[in-house]
Design a protein around this ligand. Sequence first.
Ligand code: DON
Length: 310
Amino acid sequence: MLYKRDFIDQRIKSVIRTSESCIGEGKVASYIPELANVNPDNFALSITSVTGESFNYGNYDYDFSIQSICKVLLLIMALHDNDPEAVYNKVGSEPTKYEFNSLVPITDKASNPFINAGAITTASMILGNSVDDKFDRILDYYKKLSKHEKAYLMEEVYSSEMETTDRNKAIAYYLKSKEIFDDDPEMVLDLYIRACSISTNVVGLSRMGAVLANKGFEIDSHYNLLSKSEVQIVLSQMATCGMYEKSGRYLMNVGIPSKSGVSGGILGVVPGVCGIGVYSPRLDETGNSVRGKEIFNMLGQELDLSIFIH
Ligand code: DON
């Protein structure tokens, strides 16, 4: 990190205190009924630097479902299993002004891998003999990236979403009709919803972010988990599409490639510096954590984390 530990710790604590003014703003997601069964004021923050320092605050070991942050994992795995051209033949790379579960941005293909249609597409490109097999690969890979060894499938979240996922079902069938994939749409959807239901905590997110910030190398062992071109693709897509239809404004304000999920998590990556994980379940109208966004905004300014001001 750019500053001494005590200075960073004080700045982070002051950011957390200031962000308390956001408590009460926004609404917890309820379109997946199980997601509403949380303490709306729960809060956690974790930063892991590429030099191995960690800064953890609030309920940092509280597990929540990863939701759309899994779209980062699905993209990485699709890129592992296929050439980038093959992946981007099936999914676009451009931001959209439409909401994350909209059917509109699917013309010949989904506009980017971080809306639902795009992530259902990348899920369809992950190799394996069965849905179980593919899911195990995703979970194992997440454990490697995050060092969150206890990560598991949150069964209640998974079944709750499977019962209410008509929109995603429509998207999956529509993609199949566009010949984006040949597999059974129900199986592809199942894999996508399972991936959204992986348990994480902010420490796992910040560690995964630190690997991305470290050119794809593990922080402790320096083992290479991702190629530089995979890092380049994933971070540029996080910067341009990670916060849905608010991605442009968020990048302008915060300057940190990020990816949000409807359970209230946000993953951020400051290349060469650190990974950041925040959790606060009250969301704005686009599905991004209200307090999480504010924390990123203030941290960016207080610790000079914007990728544009280096
Ligand atoms: O497919 C869905 O609707 C959810 N499983 C994930 C959506 C999500 O996290 C969008 N995030 N902001």
